[in-house]
Design a protein around this ligand. Structure first.
Ligand SMILES: [Zn+2]
Ligand SMILES: [Zn+2]
Length: 168
């Protein structure tokens, strides 16, 4: 079943049994945002839903609740964004749970939702680091709307004022 412009429910089924549940709408919305922000060729779901029998799941796993996805993001030239790139954009878009994985893969989940008590986690699944403050490095991504600053000069009562006008 088509969930949004770029995602289908079949991509999110449990890898061990093919079962599925309804995925969080917020998750899908944010993945779509990420798609356009990074001007992605494709976002691949390595892992979406995990059933209670899935060996990779834990009791409190956001995957088990349909709130999480482990993703890879392909650029227009066919190469992949790094885990750091994905995490940086995920943080800007508002994901509450972000975990770096293999070099080109990242876990994202919508744990700021009411269903989840531990409402913030930025970590690195490959090192076990759990307290990363931020993934922001100031990277400019190709789908980002660029703000244009225009220099303006105003003369009022013989005083000259100059400043930058921001165009959205
Ligand atoms: Zn399963
Ligand atoms: Zn995950």
């Amino acid at each position: 079943m088509k969930l949004s412009e770029h995602f289908d429910s079949s991509e999110f089924v449990c890898k061990c049994c093919g079962k599925s549940i309804t995925m969080s709408k917020l998750l899908i919305d944010r993945l779509e945002k990420m798609h356009s922000y990074m001007d992605a060729k494709a976002i691949y779901i390595n892992s979406g839903y995990r059933c209670p029998n899935n060996q990779y799941g834990t009791k409190t796993d956001a995957h088990r609740l349909g709130l999480a996805a482990d993703i890879r993001v392909q650029k227009q030239d066919g190469t992949y964004y790094t885990a750091q790139d994905i995490a940086e954009v995920a943080e800007r878009i508002g994901f509450g749970g972000i975990g770096l994985m293999l070099p080109e893969s990242c876990h994202v989940d919508t744990r700021d939702s009411e269903q989840y008590s531990n409402n913030h986690w930025f970590g690195n699944e490959t090192t076990g680091e759990n307290w990363i403050k931020t993934f922001q490095r100031g990277t400019v991504f190709p789908g980002e709307k660029v703000k244009v600053k225009k220099k303006i000069t105003l003369i009022i009562d013989d005083h000259t004022y100059t400043g930058l006008l921001e165009e959205m």
